[in-house]
Each structure stands twice: as C-alpha cells, then as structure tokens.
Design a protein around this ligand. Sequence first.
Ligand SMILES: [Zn+2]
Length: 285
Amino acid sequence: MVSELLIPGCQSWDYELLLEYFTSRDVQEILKITLPSTLRHDRIIWHQTNDGVYSVKSAYKILMAELEQHRTANNIEKWKELWKFKAPAKFKTLLWQAFRNCLPTRTNLSRRGINCPLVCVICTRDMENTWHIFVSCPYAAQCWTISNMKDIVDQCAKNADRFVDWFFKVLMAGDKVNVGGKENNAIGRTPTEWRKPQYQFLKCNVDATFFTETRSMRFGMVVRDTEGKCIGCRSMVMEGLYEVKEGEAMGLCEALSWIREMNFNQVIFGMDAQIIVKAILPLKS
Ligand SMILES: [Zn+2]
C-alpha cells in the first residue's frame, strides 16, 4: 500500500524505505509525485477515466484502439504487397479503393451526403458495402462458384471481419502452391505477353493450379480469336493432387476435350509449363 511508504503522521515520502524497494531512478520519480494536503485512505483507481472508476466502455475503447493500431500496421505491410502484384493497374486501383473503403458503394455514397437507397442494387437483400459486393452478395457468391473458389472464399470469410483481411486470406489460400516440397506464389510470377493467333486461327491458353489444403487441382482455359476477343472460357476442379507436370498435362487434356466438344477448329495452344510444351512439340514434326 502507498500509505506504508509515507512517514507515519507526516505527509511526506519515507525516503529510506523507498530506497529499500525501488531503484534510485524510480525513487527520484516517486518523490516528484505531489502528495495530497489531507491524508486519505488508499483506493484502487482506473487511470483510463477522469474519475478513476472502471467502466466497460473505457476498457473496450482501449482494446479497440490497440486492435486498430495492430491492424493498421499489418495492413500497411499488406498494401505494399498490393503494388507488387503483376496485375493491370486498374485492378490494383480497384483493390486499393476496396482496402481503403472508398469505393462508391451506396453505403459510402450515403455517408458522403448523397441521397440514395442503401440496399444492394443487384440483389436488393442487404446493405451495399465493400464486403457485400465482393463477399456476401448472392451474385458475388455465384461468381465465386463459377470460378470454383466458393469454398475458399467462404472459409476465409469466417476468419476475417474486414475486406482487406479476407482478400489476403483468399490470396494465400488460393495462390500458395506446395507440390513436391516447393512453394510457389502466383504474385511473384513474371507475366508473359499474350500474342494474338494468326489470321483464321484461335488461341487457347490453359493453366493448372494446385491446392494442397483441399488436395485438388483447378484448370482454367480461355479461347480467343485473332482480335484477342474471348469466345469461350472454362474452369474446372479435379479431386486429387498430382505433380505439377502431371497436373499441367491433365489440364491440357481437358482443354483438348473441351475444344473438341465446342467444335473449335485451327486452335493454337498456349501454356506456361515448359516441360509439357517440350514433350509435345516433337510430335508436331
Ligand atoms: Zn447484393
């Protein structure tokens, strides 16, 4: 108790006693504390409120401030990663706006004084904000389902309460590939420039992605004409995890079947798995 550190009957610190319990530096600080003119009983106070009385509200405020500080520090690091993405500038700008919550969603427009309904313009079920348009809107859910990412998206949504956290969780879950002990991250890939196919030809680009957590592979394929216009695309999931070269070859087989089903003729194939390209090229000659 503080009162035990005072000289009995006097309103001054017991210097000798202070030296017994504290370092000389702390003692100098304690001696700077002005003692009250009248003696009072010691009591426990909460120093976060003016009256010294603890309140849940003040504790909540402190915890939220700490959480925000922590998040800001994390987000700054994440945002640095954003500008390194090998992606079109407009995509990065869109993400940056979503991270900063400055997309012109109806909620944000209303906050800025624009008189408009708050409900989502597409589904009319919920408030239109960044989280809704990318995550919880049924229309967004359909898009994630078509791209075979619904499971990942939903799983990440359970463990994130802000768009930026959710996005990086999805990115980590979807792009981290770990096959044969090697880790690869799609962010770091160097993009190759897409070249149009020659006149009267179509070009089909195909790629495979590997998901160790769900032990599955996903294939994506897109067919474009000589103008670069997309005339067909498909994505599919396959259970099981194979080596990269096997998975890429299976992706190519799926693409060939699909091209045949679609009756596309004179198709040139493009893929980034050099081992498969080298294995197939001699067949052409
Ligand atoms: Zn909606």
